[in-house]
Design a protein around this ligand. Sequence first.
Ligand SMILES: NC(=O)c1ccc[n+]([C@@H]2O[C@H](COP(=O)([O-])OP(=O)(O)OC[C@H]3O[C@@H](n4cnc5c(N)ncnc54)[C@H](OP(=O)(O)O)[C@@H]3O)[C@@H](O)[C@H]2O)c1
Length: 448
Amino acid sequence: MTTEIEAIRTAILEGAAAEDLAGLPLPTAFRGATVRADEQEMFAGVPSQEKDPRASLHIDDVELPELAPDEAFIAVMASSINFNTVWTSIFEPLPTFQFLTRLGKESVWGARHDQPVHVVGSDAAGVVLRVGSAVRLWKPGDAVTVHCNYVDDQDPSSHDDSMLATNQRIWGFESNYGGLAEIALVKANQLMPKPAHLTWEEAAVNGLTNSTSYRMIVSPNGSQMTQGQTVLIWGAGGGIGAYAVQYVLNGGGTPVGVVSSPERAALLRELGCDAVIDRKAEGFRFWSDDQTQDPAEWRRFGKLVRELVGTDPDIVFEHPGRQTMGASVFVAKRGGMIITCAATSGFMIEYDNRYLWMNLKTLKGCHFANYREAWAANRLVCEGKIQPTLSRVFPLDDVGEAAYQVHHNLHEGKLGVLVLAPEEGLGVTDVAMRERLEPQIALFRRHA
Ligand SMILES: NC(=O)c1ccc[n+]([C@@H]2O[C@H](COP(=O)([O-])OP(=O)(O)OC[C@H]3O[C@@H](n4cnc5c(N)ncnc54)[C@H](OP(=O)(O)O)[C@@H]3O)[C@@H](O)[C@H]2O)c1
């Protein structure tokens, strides 16, 4: 840690005034979690499951880029692991340096991102250090969380739903200078207030997954669930799934959560999800071999859902992809929706289209969230109506191990990463609200 970073950290921990923070010199370099361009072939020929993020993720010193007029530097107190950092670290489905090269061709400012190291991470909670000359609404000293929709608002296509912008990107995945670093570079339109009742690490885990689940469940751009609907949620104890469960419960729906262990089933029940399927205990084999699905297993799965909640799901919250999509399309109710944002187990999907068209179902794609949606999702966290799902915390130096755990489905909810925060438990400014919500906030930690 440079002396400049140490001084910034001390000032934040001591609650320094905004003008004092603004006056502190910035370092010329900072530490961040990176993958390196000269290592992007390191796993050539290795099966996906054996590609090890602990070998490809490094903590490197990175030169501080110049700040553009619409941007801010954030002192990152904590960040989190998202699955996109797993994808980056195993260089699948393609090395992210290709995204940086493309961004580099867009403008002089874009060119800063095209570097031989990629600083990863799509979440952050921290404090604004500097803002560019065009930034109106934020200033040094503001405690913030960051959402990862990285949009150039000069593009007309971004002015309805910014997720439809032709050059929409995910920060820290398709751009450089992400959140798993002492200093992050963000656009001002990625900033949101930090929930006052949460610690840095609790505040850092929500941005990406909470916003994604908000759009998928709540927003008209997603499935726009209404009261009384039933929602089947794959991976309901995981990153996006555990927020989806909360949105369904908050909105008066009935979640049916799928998980793969009795411990996760117990966690879900404590979260308020009464209908739980342990897919491992039930032994579902939707594929009888690599090329052939087994419709009898779809039917067995659908029967179990009906037994649990008395109806087929109005909405299926889909992300495992190839392994589950056949079952998802089959089990959705006549006229229902399968909403998908990912394909963890493979993106070349097969399903029986007769069940889709004959039963008038909709298969809808969904991706992250626009600023309005991310803001609404963050506001619900600030109001204590959505809880963080932090289960474990790692120091920045162990980011490879944290990514490894996500890659191998060894975690529940979200894994936090301490960056400038020297220990857990710091950053709470609304103590009364925290005390009131402590049992719910700590649910995933208790189960870890
Ligand atoms: N498009 C977007 O904006 C967006 C945003 C966030 C995430 N994503 C993507 O969504 C996916 C999930 O992200 P996440 O953060 O929730 O990851 P996560 O924390 O790893 O959770 C995924 C869950 O899915 C379940 N799962 C894994 N493989 C499965 C399989 N073959 N069949 C059934 N269930 C399976 C696991 O639960 P059990 O083993 O307990 O069943 C796991 O807890 C990733 O691919 C990620 O890249 C996309």
